[in-house]
Each structure stands twice: as structure tokens, then as C-alpha cells.
Design a protein around this ligand. Structure first.
Ligand SMILES: [Zn+2]
Ligand SMILES: [Zn+2]
Length: 269
């Protein structure tokens, strides 16, 4: 069994604990074959070097981050594969800025996330209220519209938490099913992979991302999966590994992917 964790953060983002090395050590302790360090990309779509220190590292910190992970990759070679990754926000009309940041480094894997919806975060602590003030139908519709564009952008290897708007328990309303289907089609047609993430199990919603029905839809359309914890502490590395693996199997997946230099390799489930 080939064991991976494709989504982990570090204290650089301002809302996680532990250095990249602590996450690698945790993964090594669990016996994982590889770990991708994928901290949040600097908030390139907001003004200033460090617009929100509790959400992401400063723009000026990115070169050090990449160098740090590259060093770990070298130091741990032969014991565990450490991948140089990033979790990159998709923000409409800022695609070219993101493209130029991504092109400046040699990534193993680039995760694509829609956190910024209609001018604000969809998943920050205050975002639960938005479902009352702006309405779930609007937020979910916008979320999936942006996710469809993100899938088609060609910027990303893996789309994260495909139904993130459910984080606080606000489920996708029936009126947004068409928008959801469009996002599924966009993922299938673009050839991007998705993560099966245990993070939702630790949130109010108490369910993996994506939920079982949506995961089955994606797998049926031929979308490949990677496994992830979205760890924000070293102790969360590999968290929920058995649940996400069995959820992928139940959804009909026969394989999961790993990445090197942004090229995928597949492993049996
Ligand atoms: Zn985070
Ligand atoms: Zn993350």
C-alpha cells in the first residue's frame, strides 16, 4: 500500500503550528511514503507584502519557504519523499498574477483552492454568518462557478476540498445542483485531480471533502484522487487516512495519484 499526504501547512501561514520539518518527521513516524508540504500561497490578489498575516505567509517569504522545503527533500531522500508544493488560491481576474508566481518555482504539485468568494473568505471563522446575510444559494452558486473556472484554468494539478462551502453545516441547496454538475464536468474535462480530504471530519459539518455522493459523481466521470489531511498541526498529518481511503474505494476509485515535477503517477487502492 502506497501511503501519502498531499496537503499540509506550516507556521508560516499564521494559523498553523510547527515547522515543515516537524510535519515531515510526523509523516516519517507514521511510515508514509511521501508528504507534500503545501502551505498557503501569499495573498497575491490583495495589496501589500503581507496583507493578512493570519491567513498566509508574506510575499517576500515565498523564496525562503521553497528553499526550506527543497532542503528537506534533499535531507530526507531515501527515507521519505518530501514534495515541494503550494496551496494556491484561485481568484477571478487575477489568473495571470498567479501564473507568473507559479512559473517562478519548480513545484512537485500545485493545489488549487477556492476560498475567496464574492469578495470575502468562504471558510474563515466569520464566514458562517454569510449564509444568513448573503444566502446559501448565492454563496454555493458563486463557489461552484469559481471552482469550474479554477478547474478549467490549467493552473492547478489537484483541486482541494471540492465542497468547502459546507464547512459550517450549510449544505448545497437543490437550486445549486446544476452549478455543482458544471464543476464536476469542468474537473473531468480539464483532467485535474481532486483531493479526498479528512479535514471536513474535524469541522462542524463532520464529513469528508467531497461528501460521498459528490465524490462518487467525480470518480464516475474519471476524475482521479489524491489523499490529504489538510494538516495545520504536525499531529494532524495522515489524520483520517483509513476513512478517506475507504471513502475513495466506496466511491469506485481504483487508484490514487502522486506527483513529481507536476506529473502524475498512479498507485492501486
Ligand atoms: Zn489554512
Ligand atoms: Zn489547506
Amino acid at each position: 500500500m502506497y501511503r501519502t499526504d498531499y496537503h499540509t501547512h506550516t507556521l508560516r501561514c499564521g494559523h498553523a503550528g510547527g515547522m515543515a520539518r516537524d510535519y515531515v518527521e510526523a509523516a516519517l513516524g507514521l511510515g508514509l511514503d511521501e508528504i507534500a508540504v503545501t502551505d498557503h500561497i501569499p495573498l497575491y490578489f490583495l495589496p501589500g507584502d503581507d496583507p493578512l498575516p493570519e491567513f498566509a505567509m508574506a510575499a517576500s517569504e515565498l523564496p525562503q519557504y521553497v528553499a526550506e522545503v527543497r532542503d528537506l527533500k534533499r535531507q530526507y531522500r531515501g527515507r521519505i519523499d518530501v514534495l515541494i508544493g503550494i496551496e494556491a488560491d484561485y481568484v477571478e481576474r487575477h489568473e495571470e498574477e498567479l501564473r507568473s508566481i507559479l512559473e517562478a518555482y519548480e513545484w512537485d504539485v500545485v493545489l488549487g483552492s477556492v476560498h475567496w468568494v464574492a469578495g470575502d473568505w468562504i471558510d474563515s471563522p466569520g464566514a458562517e454568518r454569510r449564509h444568513q446575510t448573503e444566502g446559501s444559494e448565492f454563496l454555493w452558486g458563486e463557489y461552484f462557478r469559481l471552482l469550474s473556472k479554477a478547474c478549467a484554468s490549467g493552473l492547478f494539478d489537484v483541486m482541494t476540498h471540492f465542497d468547502l462551502a459546507k464547512k459550517f453545516g450549510n449544505r448545497c441547496p437543490a437550486a445549486c445542483e446544476l452549478a455543482e454538475d458544471r464543476a464536476v464536468s469542468s474537473a473531468a474535462e480539464s483532467g485535474v485531480a481532486i483531493e479526498v480530504s479528512s479535514a471536513g471530519l474535524r469541522k462542524k459539518v463532520g464529513e469528508i471533502y467531497p461528501g460521498p455522493a459528490l465524490l462518487a459523481k467525480l470518480v464516475k466521470r474519471g476524475v482521479d484522487v489524491v489523499f490529504s489531511s489538510d494538516a495545520h498541526a504536525p499531529a494532524e498529518v495522515g489524520w483520517g487516512e483509513d476513512q478517506i481511503r475507504s471513502a475513495a474505494q466506496k466511491a469506485g476509485a481504483r487508484r490514487h495519484l502522486s506527483f513529481r515535477s507536476r506529473r502524475s503517477l498512479s498507485h492501486g487502492l
